[in-house]
Design a protein around this ligand. Sequence first.
Ligand code: ATP
Length: 913
Amino acid sequence: MRQQAWHVLPWLDVVKALGVHPGKGLTPREVSRRLGEVGTNILESKKGVHPVFLFLGQFKDFMVLVLLAATIVSALLGEIADAVTIMAILVLNAVLGFIQEYRAERSIESLKSLTAPEARVLRDGLESRIPATELVPGDIVLLEAGDRIPADLRWIQAVNVEVEESALTGESHPVAKRVAPLTDELTPMADRANMGYMGTALVAGRGAGVIVATGMETEMGIIAGMIQSVEEEETPLQKRLAQLGKYLVVISIAVCGIVVLTGILRGEGVYKMFLAGVSLAVAAIPEGLPAIVTVALAIGVQRMVKRKAIIRKLPAVETLGCATVICSDKTGTLTQNEMTVRQIYTDRKMIVVTGQGYDPKGEFHGADPLKEKGPLQNALKIASLCNNSSLTRKGVQVAGMFRSAGKEAPWGIEGDPTEGALLVAAAKAGIWRETLERKEERVGEIPFDSDRKRMSVIYKGRREKNAYVKGAPDEILRRCTHELTGDGVVELSEIRRRAIFRANDEMAKKALRVLALAQKPLKEYERVDERVEEDLVFVSLMGMIDPPRTSAGKAIVVCRKAGIKPVMITGDHRLTAEAVARELGILKGNNGGILTGVELDKMSDEELEKEVMDVSVYARVTPKDKLRIVRALKKNNQIVAMTGDGVNDAPAVKEADIGISMGKTGTDVTKEASAMVLADDNFATIVAAVEEGRAIYDNIRKFIRYLLSCNIGEVLVMFLAALIGLPLPLLAIQILWVNLVTDGLPAMALGVDGMDKDIMNRKPREPGESIFARGLARKILTRGVIIGVGTLVVFVVALLLGVNMLVARTMAFTTLVFSQLFHVFDCKSETRGIFEVNLFSNPYLIAAVAGSTIMQLSVIYFPPLQAIFKTTALLGWQWGLILLVAGGPSILIGLYRLVRNTWHGKRTMVGAK
Ligand code: ATP
């Protein structure tokens, strides 16, 4: 089956050679046989880091290496117990680091599978969506504009197909594709007009192809290029933290150097001081920071997945928290995209259609299409034929003659819901495409696209040939010269044209989406191009309801509170857009805030920049307008989230700060341009993602605050002792232990802390803001000093009270550990103290603190560990002093905040009256 010159064979020979029926596709049995033979349709990607190397990588840090060397020296000097303990602690540290990084890698891996592409195939006579990895040679795939070609194929049907092949050939202009065989077997790949290649994208038209090669057998596989995946870009915060890490290394090493030198000058043993100094450096350098940030981001991303937002580019997680404007499509994102035709205007009459959803049962009030032959029947016929969707029951397509199949199952549609609604309306009058197609056959199509806002099909009967056209009423009526009435085709007068527009407005005001239907008799020899869409005969308007999503309405209220402006951008009519926007609360008060595509066209970029902040609804716009809107908003310093689905939306989605695509209806090209995919196409999901984005950033601030203030405390206690000329308050092993028990698990637990209940009542964060902004630096420094000085005070007081060095060190050691374990609860909120937050809301944190407490108690009370860690059991008064110094600050600050917040809360309430 491989390396054949498929391009020179007629397509029927190709399908024959590949053993497939073009109208039915492969059978499941044949598919699994072929899958077994050729394997799945994937390009072998580069392998991730092997876990063993990931683990060993934990030891490559410079200071850890120095410590390892020092440990080996200490072992050689006979300090075996010390060496073993330090080793054990280092291994434990490495295990923690490994777990963090491994989780980060794994979650990024699982994200990749979430954004994996799908393909529409014909198998066993049925159309279905399957993961593109399951395609085999011989599969018939159906493609439309915006799809990525999932494997190498030979076109067997191509309606105005244009493919962008730059990924493979470097040619950035789209090339037209056709079905006819080529003559030259040696035609270069770029010129094989009847072949489609994996990884290239359909930018216009629609068609079908038979797969000729999959996976590594494809041209793409052969040059083993491009792997579409989640981009593992570092976020701005990660980059800045990496920078900060470097400064901290230098500062820590300098401070540790001073500690070592002063100790040696004071007469302490060189070896002991060296070990203490290096341990301090290991403890002080927050080497775990980047990994914890990645884990916090990755876990946040997982949380977003549960809420149906799939992140493709990690930096978007941070940007989400800064979003100030969310520009959203209307259809399907703000509305349910389950359309039902409610009104039909034809032959000067408004007809009401009843019925629910896609169930083809309903009545026509005002006319009887079953009895009357005339414009209404004609309209329904166009609705049915100028249509590429199909009715389904339980996912099975239902053709007219089989319509009793799967009786109990609910009705659904496959394809565009707008077209589905039209199909259902026709079926309610007993008009089925399959029956009509026995008399006439489709011979051409000019596909729909958002720029044209219309679609046409050409049907050929025994004697006549007709174009059936549907689209946005303004686009269609502009092209109509005649009208179909009960008395036949008459010229379309200006009065009638205005009457039709009035009928359109009447429907649009009720939030109905209106489509106009028209037709035109064609001459036998007429070519299929846009000229068939001129001089049309107007037949009907059909208005369909697309109910707003209730969740979207609620999300808009949340947006406003969160200082985010919701904006609706739609290809629909101004009045429809306005009615829906009012229902959803996007528009309030009087008429302002709406711009149409025509008005936009008349504005210069500068004018748009001035107005853009006052506009909430854009109607009848094209995708290229979206790009202008994003740019204008960005010029106003807005952080813009923008949704898109069609292939033409990709540039705007790419340009936005947060490009968002639709998981269900979005095209592959737009998905790839986006930073985030909405699995449920729902506006509310964007708002949920913003909320998660804010929470992730908060959590990163929480553990940075905790880690850095603890590290400052650790360094300070040693540094001050050295300056004052005191003996070492903590030994090397003790410092490493503090680092392990407090920095490891509690810091990780903070990274997955719950979100603040006021999180969506705050204004968006400034994008350039430092991670230490809004008082975080101050908080870190003051608490660091409190922890450091407090520990030293306990040490000094203990010595002054006459206890021996063993007890004094154990007390200082324990004070340091408990100061940090108390402080972790302060870090849960930046505005509220320990008395105002739910201390037990994060079970991981409780477990981490409980675990650390038990570990510390065992080190003090368990004799073998006492020997290793040079500790001793403590007395009641000693515990009293330790807990006072360790817990006092959290309690005092908690009380202060309680009073301040209560007072402030009351004052605002009084103010509100
Ligand atoms: P959104 O609100 O997401 O922008 P939209 O459906 O209003 O969605 P488009 O899909 O670009 O935007 O459609 C633009 C216009 O084209 C619609 O308002 C409608 O009048 C017309 N239209 C939509 N779908 C079809 C179709 N399948 N065939 C013909 N015309 C269509």
